[in-house]
Ligand binder design. Structure first.
Ligand code: C6P
Length: 409
């Protein structure tokens, strides 16, 4: 049985807030989701009952905190199908840090002048900028184009793939247009050409069932805060044999086995990549977020978002001069990017907020090359999650009609 959205809403205290005199309609879930009581409670419970530093103390609190933090790795790793859930799951602050970890830990030490990294034009800046850093050491960085319907151009991928390509990386689901890439196929192309494959799963893991082993991703990055966990949480899930050979990211406490002034040996996975005191409470709450999502069921979450998308597309059809970008509702993740002709997205977003309490995102969505490739300079984006209802789309539509009226369109 599909979960009850009304029941889910009861778990999210913030949803009963009023914004500018109106009930909040939160449609900015691709930026970060709201947090349920269960996650907030996991965080406060930890601080009220178990707070201590991990992996350092023989005392009870330290051991409790260590066990809880270790378990959270196991939960998150298992959630995305990791073969060795604990060892292969590194907690980081966000997806951005996960991808930078691959660049600093793997690429900086394994790539040399003349090697190539192949990313795509449909990436978030976090999967573009770190690779550009490699140009300083003579590594070539190239970007696969999209087709005009915003799907990835696989012919272009095959053409840009060379004997020197050592890493192929792409987004699983686009944060701008919702396009879902066939990561299994892209990964196969990468591996057939002896390149490693990295996936940015920031917009897929929160919204659909993901299995890193089926995808055969060598590195898989995602954010915890886009899937109900606190801000400051994210994960890199990567193959154990690669992590074992990889250089650590940051040096310091907890990532070491033995430190001599001449030479240091490193800790077991995943701790080799988690130097210093981590966000212990956040990590534990990340585990609670996974518990919450698993209870609802990822397939049902996808179905719910599908329903929202179809309702949104149908409703948008009734608005003249509204242009939607990207694929149809069946082929995208739970977000819709659009423009009202002749009205700047910032005006749209501002009026929706001030008059209707509707939160959407406007602008470039940290993906300037994609927005420009689409021939736009800015767009509006409504993104859905488990607690959104069709009535909220009705409020969005009412707001968009009001915006048009204000601008005399
Ligand atoms: N996109 C959005 O509103 P962080 O912020 O590091 O947790 O996630 C970065 C990131 C990486 N890849 C994709 C596909 C993303 O969507 C994001 C975050 C937010 O679209 C904030 S810019």
């Amino acid at each position: 049985m599909m979960f009850s959205v009304d029941k889910v809403r009861e778990d999210f205290p913030i949803l009963s807030r009023n914004i500018n005199g109106k009930r909040l309609v939160y449609l900015d879930n691709a930026a970060t989701t709201q947090k349920p009581r269960q996650v907030i409670k996991a965080l406060t419970d930890y601080y009220e009952n178990n707070n201590a530093n991990i992996h350092r103390g023989v005392h009870t609190l330290s051991q409790e905190a260590s066990d809880m933090y270790d378990d959270a790795h196991e939960k998150v790793g298992r959630f995305v199908g990791a073969k060795y859930p604990k060892e292969e799951t590194i907690f980081v602050r966000n997806a951005t840090e996960a991808m930078n970890l691959v660049m600093y830990g793997w690429a900086q030490h394994n790539l040399k002048e003349g090697d190539e990294v192949l990313s795509t034009v449909m990436e978030h800046h976090a999967n573009i900028v770190p690779w550009q850093f490699l140009r300083e050491k003579g590594v070539k960085v190239n970007f696969v184009d999209i087709n005009d319907d915003t799907t990835l151009n696989i012919d272009d991928l095959n053409e840009k793939m060379t004997k020197s390509t050592k890493l192929v990386t792409c987004v699983h689901a686009s944060n701008v247009v919702g396009t879902i890439n066939d990561v299994k196929e892209i990964g196969k192309i990468a591996h057939d050409n002896k390149a490693l494959f990295m996936v940015d799963g920031s917009q897929s893991v929160p919204h659909m069932s993901v299995d890193v082993r089926k995808i055969d991703a060598d590195f898989f990055a995602f954010s915890g805060h886009k899937m109900l966990a606190p801000t400051g949480t994210g994960a890199l899930v990567a193959k154990k044999d690669i992590l074992e050979k990889m250089h650590p990211f940051l040096g310091g406490g907890d990532m070491i086995r033995e430190v001599k002034l001449e030479k240091t040996t490193y800790n077991d996975l995943p701790w080799k990549f988690e130097a210093g005191t981590p966000d212990i409470g956040g990590g534990i709450a990340f585990g609670a977020a996974v518990d919450y999502l698993k209870k609802l069921g990822m397939d049902d979450i996808k179905k719910h978002e599908q329903k929202m998308l179809e309702y949104c597309f149908d409703s948008f059809n009734g608005i003249k001069d509204l242009e939607i970008y990207g694929p149809g509702p069946k082929d995208r993740s739970g977000l819709v990017t659009f423009n009202l002709k002749g009205i700047h997205p910032h005006d749209v977003g501002g009026i929706l907020d001030s008059e209707y309490g509707v939160a959407i995102r406007t602008g470039m969505h940290c993906a300037q090359p994609l927005v420009e490739r689409m021939g736009q300079s800015s767009t509006c984006r409504a993104s859905f999650y488990i607690y959104n209802k069709e009535e909220e789309i009705d409020v969005l539509i009412e707001g968009l009609n009001k915006v048009k009226e204000i601008f005399g369109k």
